[in-house]
Design a protein around this ligand. Structure first.
Ligand code: CTP
Length: 412
């Protein structure tokens, strides 16, 4: 799910060393360098000798506005590896070839990039990319285990088309948006959500009328997807219970796809017992057709069917017993009138810690837009009126309020 393009948390003002090694996928590193820079990071690119066969330093310099460093040791700055290593807030290597992983696993320092890895105390994200047989080789697998043991974060590889003529398999570099998400998680300072389990619901449920028609609503799922992405970035394990949505699921989250309110209720009930927080951003249908037809309803001459509706279970209310002690619960209220009064009623009635209220009639808020203007209500603090913000920023403001409410006894 591509985020907004401008400077943003946690990239703005941070320093990232982007290591590029010699594989076909090096072309994707160009996009990563650009996107990190657009997100506000200062990006120091370090290319290995092998990478030079695929991409040129000038390309990166044009996109980052900074010198791209090459190969081994450059004249003029003998301690360049120490400076880059010290200044980095995160090191990301994308693509990381089998050869590079072997050198890193062995703790070698025979070029600038491996020397930076040895000298840095910053979090390191390695994004493997290679032919599927090279990836499956026991030597590569042993190297990956060793690298994980050292504490490096491994991101990918994905399964998909490899180099020309090589078909599909595991070994493909993850997409630039995913690399950015992993870089974001590495840059995020350890906060209260690290290691916690967060359940997020998103999207609008669909209640079948017959096998091809449904009663639905206009929720795009964006608000919930942004909350899930931000919670994962802050180090949480995230279960995203999603009603149908066209959005690409955020990397890292455990996705549970559902369709109806009843399926959402069951999925939430299943995930809740181990949850530290539940953020209920889904637009759950309140009514559903009482007798969905087993076959497509045909257009009989002159007849218009009457669809009788019945109530669905309220997910927040009906899963209350499954909430573990200390679980922080956040609800949403999309209103068209008396926003705050209605929001406060829902806060009390549904036993919530926080309620995010917004007015569906306001421009830039509500369904099918990337922005939202919300007020966060809580049981014991003043209402927090937020300005018009991107949904990604709203997600962070919500999580800023969730973090202090988490029980002090650490992750479950
Ligand atoms: N919600 C829920 N189960 C439902 C309906 C809503 O858990 N069947 C949750 C929503 O995910 C949201 C909160 O309850 O977090 C408030 O949803 P909203 O639709 O605003 O309120 P309703 O309780 O449905 O009340 P009304 O439609 O009358 O405003």
């Amino acid at each position: 799910m591509p985020g907004p393009r401008g400077p943003r948390r946690p990239f703005a003002g941070r320093r990232v060393v982007l290591g590029v090694t010699g594989g076909i996928a090096a072309y994707k590193a160009v996009t990563v360098a650009r996107d990190l820079t657009l997100a506000g990071a200062q990006v120091d690119v370090v290319l290995t000798e092998g990478a030079l066969e695929f991409v040129r330093p000038l390309t990166f310099e044009g996109l980052t506005g900074r010198t791209a460093h090459v190969g081994a040791w450059e004249p003029g700055e003998p301690l360049l590896h120490i400076r880059l290593a010290r200044e980095a807030d995160a090191v990301v290597v994308a693509p990381a070839t089998a050869n590079f992983l072997a050198r890193a696993a062995a703790g070698m320092a025979d070029d600038l990039l491996t020397a930076v890895l040895l000298a840095t105390e910053a979090p390191v994200v390695l994004c493997p990319a290679m032919n599927d047989r090279m990836y499956a080789h026991p030597a590569t697998q042993a190297n990956l285990r060793r690298l994980a043991e050292i504490g490096y974060r491994l991101a990918g590889p994905a399964v998909g088309p490899l180099a020309w003529g090589e078909g599909e398999g595991p070994g493909r570099l993850i997409d630039p948006d995913e690399i950015l998400a992993h870089a974001g998680r590495a840059l995020e300072p350890a906060g209260a959500l690290a290691g916690r389990r967060v359940v997020v619901t998103a999207g609008g449920t669909r209640e079948p009328i017959d096998p091809v028609r449904f009663v639905g609503n206009r929720s795009s799922g964006r608000m919930g997807y942004e909350v899930a992405a931000a919670a994962w970035r802050r180090g949480a394990h995230v279960v995203l219970v999603s009603a149908p949505s066209h959005l690409v699921p955020p990397p890292g989250v455990e996705l549970v796809r559902v369709e109806t309110a009843e399926q959402m209720r069951a999925a939430v009930e299943h995930a809740l017992p181990s949850a530290d927080a539940l953020v209920m951003a889904a637009a759950v249908a309140d009514f559903r057709p009482a007798d969905p037809a087993a076959q497509k309803i045909k257009k009989e001459a002159g007849e218009v069917p009457t669809i009788r509706l019945e109530g669905t279970a309220d997910v927040l209310l009906s899963t209350r017993a499954a909430r573990p002690a200390g679980c922080v619960v956040v609800g949403f209220a999309l209103e068209t009138a008396d926003v705050l009064a209605n929001g406060r009623k829902k806060l009390e009635a549904k036993g919530l810690h926080l309620l995010v209220a917004n007015d569906a009639t306001e421009t830039g808020a509500g369904f099918e837009v990337d922005t939202n203007r919300v007020t966060i209500l809580s049981r014991d603090a003043d209402d927090e009126h937020l300005p018009l913000l991107s949904k990604a920023e709203v997600a962070d403001r919500i999580l800023d309020r969730v973090e202090p409410l988490l029980s002090a006894d650490g992750a479950r």
